[in-house]
Design a protein around this ligand. Structure first.
Ligand SMILES: [Zn+2]
Ligand SMILES: [Zn+2]
Ligand SMILES: [Zn+2]
Ligand SMILES: [Zn+2]
Length: 493
């Protein structure tokens, strides 16, 4: 994979901005992008279960057999915890040591302070989500500080050879769109609270921690050519004096950074916590600067997963030749959900595809599914979806079955909330499948994978309907799909 040229070109499309276009034909199931985060953290509910360095997901020690009950599963707390901040936990002392060198020695005292103070401070009281993205941005800033210091962003370890394939810089984060003027006044008010904490982190912890002279402060955050970014329009609270910290260039750029994070971060999720019938259960938050050019479609041709489905008991999988290979749990893998032609745009879904199909909240006021879906997208991502599925459904004409039938993408059997992923990814880290892989700590890798270690990608049919006809004519395709949540196998037909 390392030397393979990227399959995705970044091209500016009208009304869409920078977008990903395929530069060659790909078949359903093909991986179109693997990418690592600039920064990642386990979320509030997962801090004692998910490693703060490698994001290795928790072991499930007990699970009910009943699918319908979906009980909270018993998770095994990680063996190593930082007793100073009580925030970061690690799967091994090696992870703890590496994380301390790279991140934790700069953030630990700040995280400890945050845990001790915010509960009593009304305005400063942070929601769990705000704590999550605050910690994520703390790590972004530490990464930036390493770059300014001119040292390797990553501490050398046995994964350094792999990491060398993709070097991420802060300028990749800073190049992300901020949609700064789109956020509500209420949202911007909260950004100011978080920015205040970030400012304190930079001045009280980051600069002293790196022993930077104070003049580094204002040059820490941005590349000069991108300095003219819009800032949220509402004025900062309690900032009457023009020499107040809220007017500093540093503070403004921290606000901008928050907007960028809010528009571009990925929540990572699992089905291991509560089982397949509960919608995807978040465990981490991460920024993938290389992955932000996927636009949204309600009928996506690309899906994405993390390597959590690859876990074996040792946290490694067997690569070719029986040699064990480290699993990178932070990596995000994007795969084609159907055949895509060269020059077509690669699109993912930002929301659950059938999220708005039922008016669960009951406040839809008679709105149709497409109206509810468009509202949800507009509220969260500030655009009116004009994807092919939305356009057809809004037209009230009868959409082609290929547009409304999501059964190729979504499992939904017995209430399952999972999506299908290529079976080759479900059971293996490239290039060889693992024979003892588990999925999200739940389901054994399917027998189909061991029977068929190298699924052929020979589908030439253009869409699912054609593919069915193709299968009838030429025999079943060997590409199979596995539900990420319940492990069910779907054949291509
Ligand atoms: Zn770890
Ligand atoms: Zn700590
Ligand atoms: Zn749409
Ligand atoms: Zn399923």
């Amino acid at each position: 994979m390392g030397n393979r040229p990227p399959l995705l070109d970044i091209t500016a499309l009208p009304h869409k901005g920078r977008s990903f276009l395929l530069n060659e034909d790909v078949s359903a199931g093909d991986v179109v992008l693997r990418t690592k985060p600039y920064a990642a953290i386990p979320d509030c509910g997962s801090r004692t279960f998910v490693c703060a360095h490698c994001l290795k997901p928790p072991k499930i020690t007990h699970q009910e057999q009943s699918h319908s009950a979906s009980p909270e599963r018993e998770r095994q707390p990680l063996p190593v915890s930082c007793v100073t901040c009580c925030v970061a936990s690690y799967c091994t002392s090696t992870c703890a040591d590496r994380d301390f060198l790279k991140f934790h020695r700069f953030e630990c005292a700040f995280l400890a302070e945050l845990g001790a103070t915010t509960k009593n401070d009304d305005d400063g009281a942070l929601t769990e989500y705000e704590r999550d993205y605050l910690w994520l941005l703390v790590r972004v800033l530490i990464g930036r500080a390493w770059e300014v210091k001119g040292e390797e962003h990553d501490v050398k370890d046995d994964t350094s050879a792999r990491e060398a394939e993709e070097t991420m810089r802060f300028e990749d984060v800073w190049a992300l769109c901020s949609n700064a003027s789109s956020f509500s006044a209420e949202a911007v008010k909260r950004f100011h609270v978080v920015a205040g904490h970030l400012l304190h982190f930079v001045q009280g912890h980051l600069l002293p921690g790196f022993k930077f002279p104070s003049d580094v402060e204002d040059s820490l955050l941005w590349a000069p050519e991108t300095q003219d970014v819009p800032n949220p329009k509402s004025p900062p609270p309690n900032a009457a004096a023009s020499n107040s910290p809220q007017h500093s260039a540093l503070y403004k750029s921290l606000l901008t950074l928050i907007c960028k994070e809010e528009c571009n971060s990925f929540g990572l999720y699992t089905f291991a916590y509560q089982g397949p019938t509960v919608p995807r259960q978040g465990y981490a938050l991460a920024l993938y600067p290389r992955a932000v050019f996927f636009n949204h479609s309600c009928l996506p041709n690309v899906g994405h997963i993390t390597n959590t489905c690859l876990e074996s008991s040792a946290g490694t999988v067997k690569a070719s030749g029986g040699q064990e290979k480290m699993v990178d749990y932070t990596e995000l893998i994007f795969y084609a959900t159907r055949d895509i032609k060269r020059g077509d745009e690669a699109v993912i879904s930002y929301i659950e595809l059938d999220e708005a199909d039922t008016d669960a909240a009951g406040d839809g006021e008679g709105r149709s599914a497409v109206e509810r879906r468009r509202m949800a997208l507009n509220d969260m991502f500030f655009f009116k979806c004009a994807c092919v599925r939305c356009e057809f459904e809004a037209d009230a004409t009868t959409p082609p079955r290929t547009l409304t039938d999501l059964s190729a993408l979504l499992c939904r059997k017995d209430g399952c909330r999972g999506r299908f992923m290529p079976s080759a990814l479900a059971g293996s880290h490239e290039p060889e499948p693992a024979t003892e892989g588990t999925k999200g700590g739940l389901t054994k890798a399917s027998p189909a994978i061991t029977e068929d270690p190298s699924p052929a990608r020979t589908d030439s049919a253009k869409d699912l309907r054609l593919k069915t006809a193709h299968a009838r004519k030429h025999g079943p395709s060997r590409q199979t799909w596995t539900c990420e949540a319940c492990g069910r196998i779907r054949q291509n037909a």
